[in-house]
Design a protein around this ligand. Structure first.
Ligand code: AMP
Ligand code: ZN
Length: 114
């Protein structure tokens, strides 16, 4: 997906501060952090959003969320917790059409969301 920002980060065309990488998952700092910890965890496979997850993607998503947990722990969020957010399409506030899990931590998060 050459016009996808996150695919271009995966491909090395756009720089990002990488936090973790393996064959199927990449994590990097959000460029516009909303909390002291704000990391995006993404599958390298271009899945547009939660509505387009396929039955064949369930293992990948399980590993992605487990990796998000590990990243939150290694970022100092284990004790007080964090927020794991997946925005979806326009009503969900998604702005980049490549599935991603926000890991937000380091401060108290209010509820409900805006
Ligand atoms: P969402 O609104 O859930 O789609 O989140 C997209 C997130 O991607 C936002 O928090 C942006 O700040 C972040 N973002 C967009 N472009 C980049 C980039 N090139 N590097 C890092 N984060 C980015
Ligand atoms: Zn993509």
């Amino acid at each position: 997906m050459s016009n996808c920002i996150f695919c271009r980060i995966i491909g090395g065309e756009i720089p990002a501060k990488k936090v973790y990488e393996d064959e199927e998952i990449l994590a990097f700092d959000d460029m516009n952090p909303q909390a002291p910890v704000h990391i995006l965890v993404i599958p390298k496979k271009h899945i547009r959003n939660m509505m387009e997850v396929d039955t064949g993607d369930t293992g990948l998503l399980g590993r992605l969320f487990f990796k998000a947990q590990e990243i939150a722990q290694s970022s100092g969020c284990a004790e007080k917790g964090a927020r794991f957010v997946v925005n979806c399409k326009s009503n969900g506030g998604q702005t980049v059409d490549h599935l991603h899990c926000h890991v937000l931590g380091g401060r108290f998060m209010t509820w409900p969301p805006g």
